[in-house]
Design a protein around this ligand. Structure first.
Ligand code: SAM
Length: 218
């Protein structure tokens, strides 16, 4: 089935319109901080009038977006950093169809791969970005009724919401990925930073919900 034929809505993300269906998470404003963080690494100012930092990413850098959902992160990064090579993955084939549809509609060349985290992904990447499911089913402050329209696979994770993020950090450690930009609820940040530190990653910065980590060279 083509994503065009699915019941869909249009949602703004980073100033562009994205198609969303029942098969993907609705892009959230807090996820825009993931884009800011990568632009910062690329030496691009995301705030008007603020001097950009020195770039640590080359223009032709390789970026992987794990758990791409609607494709909002991957497509936005390709449009903001046109020289970058962007790959995006998801475990959900239905989500990948929506992401591909958004890439085509917005004219962004992104390579899509079906994969459980880094399982089917080969090659090296300068940055791996991931907004994986991190909601803990036991959080009593979550409006579960409001979230019921979105797929559970896009929202919830075991181990207090941290299971998939920890698994990705383990895989990134094995593959010596230089940089990770991860979204999580701020109440989870210290646990993630500490888990990553034990696996040779240091904290570069936190921007709202986004954590930026880089590998420590031996
Ligand atoms: C929180 S949503 C984020 C979607 C999109 N990146 C965004 O920021 O709006 C998480 C996405 O991760 C995907 N996902 C869940 N488990 C996964 C896994 N083991 N490997 C890859 N993707 C997974 C879900 O299908 C979902 O699309």
């Amino acid at each position: 089935m083509n994503a065009n034929s699915l019941k869909h809505n249009i949602v703004d993300f980073y100033g562009r319109d994205f198609v969303v269906t029942k098969d993907v998470l609705i892009p959230r404003p807090e996820t825009e901080m993931m884009i800011d963080t990568v632009l910062d690494l690329a030496g691009r100012s995301y705030l008007p009038g603020v001097k950009p930092k020195e770039a640590v990413l080359a223009e032709k850098c390789k970026i992987l977006d794990v758990g791409t959902g609607s494709g909002c992160i991957a497509v936005t990064l390709k449009l903001e950093l046109p020289e970058a090579q962007i790959t995006a993955s998801d475990v959900s084939e239905l989500a990948l169809k929506v992401a591909q549809e958004n890439a085509t509609r917005l004219g962004a060349k992104v390579k899509f791969i079906k994969s459980d985290l880094l399982g089917n992904i080969s090659g090296d990447f300068d940055v791996v970005v991931a907004n994986l499911p991190y909601v803990d089913k036991d959080w009593d402050w979550i409006d579960k009724k409001a979230l019921s329209k979105e797929p559970s696979i896009a929202l919830y994770a075991d181990n207090h919401g941290l299971a998939l993020i920890y698994r990705l950090i383990d895989q990134a450690t094995e593959r010596k990925v230089s940089r990770l930009v991860l979204e999580a609820d701020p109440c989870q940040h210290q646990k993630i930073i500490s888990y990553a530190k034990d696996r040779n990653y240091q904290l570069n910065g936190i921007h709202g919900f986004a954590i930026c980590l880089s590998i420590l060279r031996a």
